[in-house]
Design a protein around this ligand. Structure first.
Ligand code: DGT
Ligand code: MG
Ligand code: MG
Ligand code: MG
Ligand code: MG
Length: 255
């Protein structure tokens, strides 16, 4: 009887159950990483150690949450794709978001020294996160392609911008020079002014990072051996079909 008078409080809780049979994506993003990266003197435009730290945290997330089948990361963001059939926390969005982002954030703190042995953590890194449901394989693939296109556009711009600045231009001159340029123009600037072939820059910068659980597959793309599976990080193109044909098990086999 003592607790009954408080029962009604449950009716204030809002239902935030994610739609069944949809791919659930949790995208997290560093809070004020503009400031955070300056404070910790990240290399511009890309700090390889910072990216490797993000990737290590994402790998730990996949190892912790078996229902996550794929992740894609770039800059200060990571997208985690849960299998369509996941019933984690009964598909309650707030529980899925909070546990994923909390786990990732703690990893970022705990692994910091492993990647930056020479730098102290001077402020508390934190991440925001949201869930989005995508109802078909095509749409979840388009989502991932969109993030990788974004990676390409930003990285080509930033690479160009920082090369101009490092060569002596001030920031507004550099900005003016490339603000209305097309992709091909930026490619030419890098090649002609800096003898830099954009396509030969490290794939981790140009393509971002993918994290997946490897599985041996038969000719139908069905996983046959999961005992030997492990979580791996790579930097493939995920816009075209080739990756998804070679890795059919990721978006199949869990209907
Ligand atoms: P937010 O997300 O609204 O709280 O604000 P920010 O500042 O995190 O903005 P966002 O997420 O749009 O942009 C990511 C920032 O992180 C961007 O200003 C550059 C910085 N950043 C990310 N990766 C690197 C890196 O490898 N090197 C350097 N120098 N900066 C980076
Ligand atoms: Mg943000
Ligand atoms: Mg951010
Ligand atoms: Mg960001
Ligand atoms: Mg609990």
């Amino acid at each position: 009887s003592g607790n009954n008078k408080y029962e009604y409080l449950k009716s204030f809780e809002v239902e935030d159950k994610l739609m069944q049979s949809t791919w659930v994506v949790v995208r997290l993003d560093g809070r004020c990483f503009h400031k955070f990266s300056d404070k910790h003197e990240f290399e511009k435009p890309n700090d390889e150690r910072a990216l490797n730290l993000m990737n290590a945290c994402a790998k730990a997330v996949l190892e912790e949450f078996p229902d996550i089948i794929f992740a894609y990361g770039v800059s200060d963001e990571y997208s985690f794709v849960f299998k369509k059939t996941t019933m984690l926390y009964n598909r309650r969005s707030s529980d899925i978001i909070s546990t994923t982002v909390a786990f990732f954030t703690l990893c970022y703190n705990m692994k910091w020294k492993e990647f930056f042995p020479d730098k102290d953590l001077k402020s508390t890194p934190s991440f925001d996160a949201r869930t989005v449901c995508y109802p078909s394989t095509k749409i979840v693939r388009d989502y991932l392609a969109w993030r990788q296109v974004d990676c390409h556009i930003n990285n080509q711009y930033n690479t160009c911008f920082w090369m101009l600045v490092k060569s002596g231009k001030n920031k507004s001159e550099a900005q003016d020079e490339i603000k209305s340029s097309r992709s091909q123009d930026k490619y030419e600037i890098l090649l002609k002014q800096f003898n830099m072939n954009y396509n030969e820059l490290p794939a981790i910068f140009r393509k971002g990072s993918c994290v997946e659980e490897t599985a041996k597959c038969n000719d139908n793309g069905q996983p046959v051996e999961r005992l030997t599976s492990k979580v791996v990080i790579d930097h493939p193109d995920i816009i075209g079909d080739e990756f998804w044909v070679d890795h059919r098990h990721i978006l199949k086999g869990n209907t």
